[in-house]
Design a binder for this molecule. Structure first.
Ligand code: XLS
Ligand code: MG
Length: 343
């Protein structure tokens, strides 16, 4: 498979049971040992982990046990010909963090979130990755009056500083999302994430992860979010997927809804040489109706679509494009792109 210098990743949660808020699982759980075998078969290179993917019931482990467990998972990765891209603390499911983690009004929740995030860093070290992703999930409120926004922003900043100080090698990427599970999140866009990172004590070690669906839910174009972050050398990971309108987060296969929007994401990543910087994460989920034995095709489709769109980006007639831009003939430019996409 010609991969144009790109490396690909996904998380164990991208092979999932099909439950949604209105109904239970439709497929059996696939064990990690089995999932890890599918990565290479599907053309992927790396795994995106949550802390408790590595160590289930993470609160039960003593520090030495946790490190030993992470080393065992590292060995499984080596055996499967894979590497870890990042580790992310899963801070939105614990009973203590029901009202947020770093920005909870409850000091016990905040202390738990910080300690748990340090454990995620310990795991990352054992898995040989310096990257931690923070998807801030419940760091927001349903009611504007229920939290103090400036206090919460300072709490996010203090947490970033504490984590950066905990490990001098660590790089943090913030994954913004405007809503869901909360009504409104505090770090809704790439611009918010970058500004927060710049205020930390080690801004050179804070970057961003752009997820297509999250940008679309914010009413933004994912390729502009990509380009904005890449202008400053701050895009260190992506979660490409697709999303139909301003609805619930759908994690559809890359390009499945809006091919031109997907093309522009691939084009801007490629023009800015993302292959030299990070991996292409595909944060996609199989439709709930997909039979279990066929429930990895969303990953196959997304990777194949990304590569097809890279090939299209590279074969675009750039001279013609420049001439049309110079003539301000945007209707002809529109046609150049549309025709190129249906060739
Ligand atoms: C949300 C995410 C999330 C992270 C890591 O969209 O995929 O799970 O990337 O916590
Ligand atoms: Mg994501």
């Amino acid at each position: 498979m010609e991969k144009f210098g790109y490396r690909f990743s996904f998380g164990p949660w991208n092979i999932h049971e099909g439950a949604d808020p209105f109904g239970p699982a439709t497929r059996p759980t696939v064990a990690w040992a089995q999932k890890s075998q599918t990565y290479r078969e599907l053309g992927f290179d790396a795994v995106q982990f949550h802390d408790d993917d590595v160590a289930p019931d993470i609160d039960m482990w003593l520090p030495a046990q946790l490190r030993a467990r992470a080393r065992a998972v590292k060995q499984q990765l080596v055996d499967a010909g894979l590497v870890a891209e990042f580790v992310a603390p899963r801070l939105w499911e614990h009973p203590l963090t029901i009202d947020g983690a770093y920005t909870s009004n409850d000091p016990k929740a905040r202390a738990y979130a910080l300690e748990r995030s340090k454990k995620a860093i310990d795991i990352a070290n054992e898995l040989d990755t310096d990257l931690m992703v923070l998807w801030l999930a419940r760091e927001g409120t349903y009611l504007r009056e229920a939290k103090d926004v400036t206090r919460a922003t300072n709490q996010l900043l203090e947490t970033l500083d504490a984590l950066l100080a905990y490990d001098a090698r660590l790089r943090i990427v913030i994954e913004p999302k405007p809503n869901e599970p909360m009504d409104l999140a505090y770090i809704p866009t790439i611009g918010h994430a970058l500004a927060l990172g710049m205020q930390t004590a080690a801004p050179q070690r804070v970057g961003v992860l752009m997820e297509s669906a999250h940008a679309i839910l914010a009413g933004l174009d994912p390729s502009d979010e990509i380009g904005y972050a890449m202008t400053f050398g701050k895009l260190w990971s992506v979660h490409l997927n697709d999303q139909n309108g301003l609805k619930y987060d759908q994690d559809r296969s890359f390009g499945a809804i809006d091919l031109r929007r997907a093309f522009n994401q691939a084009r801007v990543l490629d023009e800015n040489k993302f292959y030299n910087v990070g991996m292409v994460g595909l944060d996609v989920k199989a439709l709930r109706t997909q039979p279990a034995e066929l429930a990895t095709k969303h990953l196959r489709n997304s990777l194949a679509m990304f590569l097809k769109l890279i090939a299209l980006a590279r074969s675009l007639d750039r001279a013609k494009l420049q001439a049309l831009v110079a003539a301000r003939d945007y209707e002809e430019l529109d046609w150049l792109i549309l025709e190129h996409l249906v060739k």
